[in-house]
Design a protein around this ligand. Structure first.
Ligand code: AMP
Length: 686
């Protein structure tokens, strides 16, 4: 037999990262060493991104199908840590590799895992138990993979899983009350971070304390009575259902009157008349002229449908109006009022929703445009994109029903809560928006009107992109102005190439995202203040950019400037923005370096004349105008008696003068900036 050798290294290894899983694939070695028994071994190293030092991964990583003796040229590693740098070495070995005193032959691949949802809660302990309540406490998941925003606790009486209760808690303890005595209850808990919900914990079973035998017997009586009543009603409803045949035409009136009379909380007949996810969808098929590829979801422009009604029903579920309860008006849309209310679907608990209505007397085009938004929204499914529940088109008023966002639009919310959030909270909001935008750009959808006013925020401070439309988005937006080439454009948020020659792309959405970053970091300040649209276009064309918001981390301002690169190809992509923000969130100390307050001001002073030569005649008049008149005396006493002197004021000076309220500091500094910008007609030169 001829002598054989160890194989050479595998070749062309590629990796694919999905949250905390990594898939590796490679080509067999060029030289198998003259043997047929080549197999592969995977070495895993976890590396510190700063020091570059690596250590063995340890036992928590799982290899599918295995780590050693791999016959195939691919492997999957799961349960890696989130946001961690790993190096995988793929080594080819054969029957004589062990005899080889020389260096190992491997190919290595470096990857960084992404943000993952938190791992399940693994330990839950019972606390105080009474006959009607159970208190629980638990430990944070082993791998939270981010800041835990809240826990969701699901519980139900044992063997009664269809009727469960959900409680949300920011703490790691809860008390479930209103329980039946002497009954077993099953609890499951899951944690939520900005990346979404983790998996539910395993089931934990606890029992309420029993009551004395006599009273237990008595307490059973109403239960039996209720059970019998419910049983009879159930039977009646099922028989009614069988007799009535179709749901929509005659069912609802009957069902809702039965509901009203016999059992107020039953909603048997309400529900979707069309399932959203077609099980065939995963397979490749040809549909209305669009080829759908398995696994590749792309946005379909509803305009491509000959019949727009078909598009709506393709992408949106029809909801029966009787399932919706309108509660109050919360806003005004272009087509009618926006209301809050509740939706009760079959087999689900009632939950809050927002309802957009189409006002009476609409034209066919208005109806089409109104429902166009639903046809677009219905194609998306992402935690940072506003979720469409469905539409009402078969009765009037026509409605679009979406998830309810308690805090409304982001710009108004930030203005109302000026200075109230930590930098990490603000970056969390920005991360959410970037993640939603990444999803949209992956789907091939260009938003064109990304601005804080078009982001909605819920009670957990989760931001979601909203306001989808075709041409109407811009028609609808009061910020949009007509350009010389026709068409309405929200100038302050729009990239120069989109203003100049309507080149709207995901890269122009990135520009707008940079403006949203600026809006968020300045708590809803108006970009470019009161400059006119024409002045904004001119300043941006000349290479000026918005200055950093006050107290803004340098890394974030740099990211804004990157988004505002003139060359659209040089701007970061949304996935890079998400990764960058994730990195900052993981390493909060990187947010400590703020844009230097004095450089922030002096940027604006470069080559420009001093402030005040026309705008205000005195310091007092200026401070009065911005409702800060209370500081006039302090300014005068400290030598800031002229507008020229005021021009030199820095944030440190303000603090020294005793202006300690952040809101007041901002008002004064922003007013100074605004005056300077107006005077010099320029911002920070790039
Ligand atoms: P729109 O026509 O989408 O711009 O909506 C008008 C206003 O209604 C918004 O500025 C919000 O204040 C409010 N609104 C719209 N959708 C929702 C929602 N899903 N949840 C809460 N408020 C909403």
């Amino acid at each position: 037999m001829a002598c054989t050798r160890p194989p050479s290294a595998p070749r062309s290894a590629i990796s694919n990262v999905n949250e905390t899983s990594v898939f590796l694939e490679w080509i067999p070695p060029a030289d198998t060493g003259g043997r047929k028994d080549v197999s592969y071994y995977i070495a895993c190293k976890k590396c510190n991104s700063h020091s570059g030092l690596c250590e063995a991964c340890g036992g928590h990583v799982r290899y599918l199908p295995q780590q050693t003796g791999l016959k195939n040229t691919s492997v999957m590693m799961v349960d890696l840590l989130a946001h961690t740098n790993y190096t995988f070495e793929i080594e080819a070995v054969n029957g004589v590799s062990d005899q080889n005193p020389g260096a190992r032959q491997f190919v290595s691949v470096n990857v960084t895992t992404n943000q993952a949802a938190p791992s399940p809660v693994s330990s839950v302990k019972k606390g105080k138990i009474t006959k009607n309540s159970i208190s629980l406490s638990w430990q944070e998941p082993d791998r939270p993979n981010g800041i835990i925003l809240e826990y969701e606790i699901k519980y139900f009486e044992k063997d009664q899983e269809t009727s469960y209760t959900i409680i949300k808690s920011k703490e790691t303890t809860i008390t479930a009350d209103g329980l039946k005595p002497g009954s077993a209850y099953v609890f499951q808990i899951r944690a939520r971070t900005a990346a979404g919900y983790g998996g539910f914990s395993r089931r934990f079973e606890f029992e309420t304390s029993p009551v004395l035998a006599a009273s237990r017997d008595q307490s059973q009586i109403p239960i039996i009575v209720v059970s019998v009543t419910v049983g009879v009603i159930l039977l009646a409803v099922v028989i009614g259902f069988l007799l009535s045949g179709s749901c929509c035409d005659h069912g609802c009136g009957w069902a809702s009157s039965l509901r009203a009379v016999a059992y107020p909380s039953l909603t048997w007949r309400c529900g979707y008349s069309k399932a959203k996810q077609d099980p065939e969808e995963e397979k490749m098929h040809f549909h209305n002229g669009h080829i759908k590829l398995p696994g590749v979801r792309t946005y379909i422009d509803p305009h491509t449908y000959e019949d727009p009604n078909q598009a709506v029903h393709e992408f949106a579920k029809e909801i029966e109006a009787s399932c919706i309860t309108i509660e109050r008006v919360i806003g005004a849309g272009e087509f009618g009022e926006v209301c809050s209310g509740r939706l009760k679907l079959q087999g689900k608990r009632e939950f809050p929703v927002a309802i957009k209505t189409l006002k009476v007397g609409y034209t066919e085009k208005q109806r089409r445009d109104f429902l166009g938004e639903a046809s677009i929204m219905g194609q998306f499914d992402h935690p940072n994109i506003i979720h469409l529940e469905g539409v009402v088109t078969k009765s009037k008023p026509v409605m679009i029903v979406t998830e309810y966002m308690e805090n409304g639009s982001l710009d108004t919310f930030l203005k109302k809560n000026d200075g109230q959030f930590t930098v990490i909270q603000l970056v969390g909001m920005l991360r959410g928006i970037a993640s939603g935008m990444k999803y949209l750009s992956d789907m091939g959808y260009v938003h064109r009107d990304l601005a804080a006013r078009n982001i909605l925020i819920n009670s957990n401070l989760v931001c979601k992109v909203s306001d989808f439309g075709l041409s109407r988005v811009l028609e609808d937006d009061p910020e949009a102005a007509y350009t010389t080439r026709g068409g309405k454009i929200p100038i302050r948020w729009t990239a120069p190439e989109a203003i100049a020659f309507r080149k709207f792309t995901s890269a122009s959405d990135v520009w707008s995202y940079g403006i949203v970053m600026w809006e968020v970091m300045s708590y809803g300040e108006r970009p470019y203040w009161e400059m006119t649209n024409q002045d904004v276009i001119k300043a941006v064309e000349e290479g000026y950019r918005l200055p950093s918001p006050m107290d803004c981390p340098a890394a974030l301002y740099q990211l804004m400037l990157d988004c505002w690169q003139k060359d659209r190809n040089s701007r970061p992509k949304f996935d890079e923005i998400v990764s960058m923000l994730d990195k900052l969130i993981r390493n909060p100390s990187s947010l400590k370096t703020l844009v230097n307050a004095s450089s922030r001001v002096s940027n604006l002073l470069v080559e420009h004349s001093p402030v005040g030569s026309g705008a205000y005649r005195s310091v007092g008049e200026w401070l009065e105008a911005i409702k800060m008149g209370r500081y006039t005396e302090i300014f005068m006493e400290n030598g800031y008696s002229s507008m020229d002197a005021v021009a030199q004021v820095t944030l440190e000076d303000l603090r020294r003068l005793g202006v300690t309220l952040v809101g007041h500091q901002k008002k004064i500094m922003n007013s100074l900036q605004e005056m300077k910008v107006q005077l010099v007609n320029g911002m920070v030169p790039l």
